[in-house]
Design a protein around this ligand. Sequence first.
Ligand SMILES: *[C@@H]1O[C@H](CO)[C@@H](O)[C@H](O)[C@H]1NC(C)=O
Ligand SMILES: *[C@@H]1O[C@H](CO)[C@@H](O)[C@H](O)[C@H]1NC(C)=O
Ligand SMILES: *[C@@H]1O[C@H](CO)[C@@H](O)[C@H](O)[C@H]1NC(C)=O
Ligand SMILES: *[C@@H]1O[C@H](CO)[C@@H](O)[C@H](O)[C@H]1NC(C)=O
Ligand SMILES: *[C@@H]1O[C@H](CO)[C@@H](O)[C@H](O)[C@H]1NC(C)=O
Ligand SMILES: *[C@@H]1O[C@H](CO)[C@@H](O)[C@H](O)[C@H]1NC(C)=O
Ligand SMILES: *[C@@H]1O[C@H](CO)[C@@H](O)[C@H](O)[C@H]1NC(C)=O
Ligand SMILES: *[C@@H]1O[C@H](CO)[C@@H](O)[C@H](O)[C@H]1NC(C)=O
Length: 529
Amino acid sequence: MWISVPVLLLLLQTPAVLSKRVIVSWDVGYVDIDRAGYGIVRGIGANGVLPIPPVILTVGDTLALTVHNSLNLTTSIHAHGLFQRGTSYMDGATMITQCGIPPGSQFTYEYELKQAGTFWLHGHDHHQNSDGLCTPLVVHDRGQSPVAYDEEVLLSFEDWYSETFAERARLTLDPTKPFPPPHGIGFGLINGVNGNLTKPINFQPGRMYRLRLVNMSATMWFQFSLPGHTMRVVEIDGEYTEPPEVYGVDIAPAQRYSVLVTAHSTNSFNYRYNVTMYASFIPAEPGLSPRIFIGDIIYQQGAPFIQANQEPALPVDRSLELTIGRSVYSTGQNLDHFNNTTYAFPLTPTLYTTLSMGDMAMDERVYGPQAHAIVLKHNEVIELVIHNPESLLHPLHLHGHAFQITEYGPTKPFVPNNVTAVPVVKNSGVPAKRDTVVVPSYQCVKVRFRADNPGVWMLHCHMDIHFVMGLALTFIEAPGVLQKTQKVPPEMLELCAKQGIKTTGNAAGNQGLNFTGLPPMPTIVLRKA
Ligand SMILES: *[C@@H]1O[C@H](CO)[C@@H](O)[C@H](O)[C@H]1NC(C)=O
Ligand SMILES: *[C@@H]1O[C@H](CO)[C@@H](O)[C@H](O)[C@H]1NC(C)=O
Ligand SMILES: *[C@@H]1O[C@H](CO)[C@@H](O)[C@H](O)[C@H]1NC(C)=O
Ligand SMILES: *[C@@H]1O[C@H](CO)[C@@H](O)[C@H](O)[C@H]1NC(C)=O
Ligand SMILES: *[C@@H]1O[C@H](CO)[C@@H](O)[C@H](O)[C@H]1NC(C)=O
Ligand SMILES: *[C@@H]1O[C@H](CO)[C@@H](O)[C@H](O)[C@H]1NC(C)=O
Ligand SMILES: *[C@@H]1O[C@H](CO)[C@@H](O)[C@H](O)[C@H]1NC(C)=O
Ligand SMILES: *[C@@H]1O[C@H](CO)[C@@H](O)[C@H](O)[C@H]1NC(C)=O
């Protein structure tokens, strides 16, 4: 019996309690199709269809994949990523673990699904996978998944060419032809169609999505990013993994990733994802390599799109080095510090000091020794070089700005012997931009921002206990411009008046550098990091 795949998928969407044997039948044959605007190319599909619909099952199920060969060459199917423990003969590699299925013949692969994850089924004979004979195989956990999410979205990536694989192979191997061969740069398909025409992904506010990214490409790499959202990698090639936070993933041929994305809590904006198809060995050629595909993430029909960050790395005017540390202070407390200065709140709000101190607002000392004030000139580009020689990581948040994250590397002055120093990774091109950067332990992170927002802005660790322990400092940005352009509403000053807090003067509410009344700055007694 030939079960049509839509019916099969419907069956599979009902909660699976009992293991089952599911028959999927593929009549593998040629499909003439225009998938990329190159005109009709002869592809290889199943049941007359290209792309072949994904197969979605559950651990414990058995997939009986019946392959009827309507090609004029042998064929075989490999279940990529399934270990085939005890059943290596089912691995599908022609002339390695089996003889190809001859034209006109039929064979049924029996796959006992023991592994949960994202896999793919593909031809393993005459490189038929490159002509379209491939589709994702998703195996859900039976019962509770170790990874919690609300919904999942499958995105498969393929490269597609204006010639069949056999023609490309002939051109590539022909010594009289230029290399790489003309038209050698593939087009990108996402979910089997031109990557710019792939159906939008719908997000509902607050829900958690598992995006399954499957690279079914023959040659090209795909870089997937979702500007405006961060992703946590939770599965790599069928293995659950500790979830690092990433801005994008590079998927090499045959690799798979699952990433978790939490939808924003509002549906005011729609977003776009960005898929860059490239190969390091193919020279850049405008419009051809790399190729960019943009897809929509729709929160609400008709909502405006968030413009993707296009800002190249800013040229640095001034670099400020900051070292995170922890010490026992003369108060007896364990306190955190940037450059040995542990932060304490002033007696007068720092902004009011800036606004009321005239030219003295340029003097960092008026903000008090523990504000750790750093005065920035209007529009200068600041680079922060943040060293974390500690075993703890710190999510540092900058108020008033999003900074460009331009480099990760090992920290100075040292990385302990028992810790592997990370390599230096520079973010060339368009660096990710965000307002909170995690400085991992024993690493150095470089960020840049333009001081184009006159104001008083904190930089602080967003782990509240570290903030309490003093891991904070204050940027006094363009005080001259600030004094001329901003005026505090009287209702706000009243808030201070009600509590007897001064709204003029230095950090102690006094004139000049008279800090009478301000608690003395504690000193370091014992350095811990
Ligand atoms: C197989 O069929 C295709 C398309 O019908 C044709 O182009 C090709 O020459 C055939 N190959 C062989 C070995 O007969
Ligand atoms: C996708 O798979 C192809 C072929 O296996 C590989 O060359 C490419 O690097 C992969 N891309 C990514 C982003 O993993
Ligand atoms: C897409 O990503 C590539 C590679 O990171 C980048 O060069 C390009 O500017 C991005 N395009 C958009 C519209 O986000
Ligand atoms: C996809 O669409 C984007 C945005 O319109 C465009 O910049 C890009 O060139 C398109 N990609 C291809 C391969 O046509
Ligand atoms: C922090 O200390 C380092 C090392 O002493 C110094 O080079 C740097 O200028 C200091 N940073 C600031 C913002 O004072
Ligand atoms: C912090 O103080 C220690 C001495 O306690 C000194 O060796 C170190 O250079 C200082 N660090 C910075 C960043 O100023
Ligand atoms: C490295 O050694 C120190 C001191 O013995 C220890 O506290 C720390 O946990 C070790 N770090 C790692 C990553 O093993
Ligand atoms: C410093 O300020 C305090 C409190 O306002 C004041 O009593 C004292 O006279 C001031 N000292 C000087 C030298 O102005």
